[in-house]
Design a protein around this ligand. Structure first.
Ligand code: UDP
Ligand code: MG
Length: 332
């Protein structure tokens, strides 16, 4: 320890809040069928880490840890080969595919070190933002959010849905960092705080703001996927979006009450009008339309909200079972 202190004392960047910093940085990269991008991703991350270590910004125990989320291609053998060439590459193999959020959590809760940066395997997250995140950490931030500067590399559809989705979350009272996905720096303290959140239905970008702590934002430009295809097809994206709302807000349930009350009141007025028309006017009482349309309409609304309520019940069901969120088969 003493020689460490001697070699570092002159560099004031290595102090944080007046304390000497021997920051061990671990990069956590969830991978699902990423054989096409891993060679490039690993090279770039290695180069970055190497640079940071040589500059004395992070300790030489820093590592790059790939979490294999039950890939069906050669992802794991690539990770093994990388580990064989250099122990700075690590790997965590999950026993099966559990989805991005669980894979990420497995990485966060397993790796050691003072600081963890999570990023996607496809190089959409700009690795050059990592030194800037570290700088924010040194200034005292415990969590640093990577926030997209622009979204023009995404399709129009993705941009449109994402923008409106974030708005919707806001209306439902969910506190979320706009433009931020899962590219973030977390200090040891905040990861330990995250460990206490035991929920099975994971939506990390909703949980992280709940942790509190001092946060900072680093902007970056989101690149297109380096190679391969998105592992988030529309169906998965919709399920994830629904999860995001129902994990943090009960507002949709209140809506069912409100809409129900509104419809009931509306039908009362309609009934009153029908009685009035029958007694005091000789207007012909509309028959078919006034019976059948409300029937379908009400049936539709009822089914819709039964679905919403069902969504919450199924979540409660999953939570009460308390099954493990991930199972680790091997670590390197
Ligand atoms: N991913 C994962 N498990 C999954 C799906 C995706 O670990 O079931 C990883 C994937 O390898 C990538 C990250 O999650 O590192 C983001 O996925 P992707 O780039 O396909 O999503 P997009 O950027 O299109 O939203
Ligand atoms: Mg991507």
């Amino acid at each position: 320890m003493s020689e460490y202190v001697e070699s570092l004392t002159l560099d004031k960047d290595l102090f944080r809040n007046g304390e000497l910093l021997a920051t061990t940085l671990n990069l956590v990269v969830p991978c699902y069928n990423e054989e096409e991008v891993l060679p490039e991703t690993s090279t770039r991350l290695f180069a970055l880490l190497d640079r940071l270590i040589k500059a004395g910004e992070v300790s030489d125990e820093s590592r790059i840890v790939f979490v294999d989320d039950g890939s069906r291609d050669h992802t794991w053998s690539i990770i093994e080969a990388l580990h064989a060439t250099n122990a700075r590459y690590g790997g965590i193999k999950l026993s099966r595919n559990r989805g991005h959020q669980n894979a990420l959590l497995a990485g966060l809760l397993t790796v050691q070190g003072d600081v963890i940066v999570s990023l996607d395997a496809d190089l959409q997250d700009d690795v050059e933002a990592i030194p800037r995140m570290l700088a924010q950490y040194r200034l005292g931030a415990e969590i640093v959010f990577g926030v997209r500067h622009k979204r023009d590399t995404d399709t129009f559809f993705k941009r449109f849905t994402a923008r409106n989705y974030y708005k919707l979350l806001g209306t439902f009272g969910v506190d979320i960092q706009p433009g931020h996905a899962d590219f973030r720096l977390m200090s040891r303290k905040t990861v330990e705080a995250l460990r206490q959140f035991q929920e099975v239905n994971l939506f990390l970008r909703g949980i992280i703001p709940l942790l509190g702590f001092k946060t900072a934002v680093v902007e970056y430009e989101r690149a297109p996927r380096f190679a391969g295809e998105s592992k988030y097809p529309l169906g998965k994206m919709l399920a994830f979006a629904f999860d995001g709302i129902t994990s943090f807000s009960a507002v949709p349930l209140q809506w069912s009450t409100r809409i129900g009350a509104l419809l009931a009141f509306g039908s009362l007025c309609f009934g009153a009008w029908a009685a009035f028309a029958r007694l005091f006017t000789d207007l012909t009482v509309p028959g078919w339309a006034s019976t059948v349309i409300p029937m379908y309409f009400l049936g539709g609304i009822q089914l819709l909200f039964l679905g919403v309520i069902g969504g919450y019940i199924s979540k409660t069901y999953a939570e009460t079972k308390q099954r493990p969120r991930f199972i680790i088969e091997r670590t390197l």
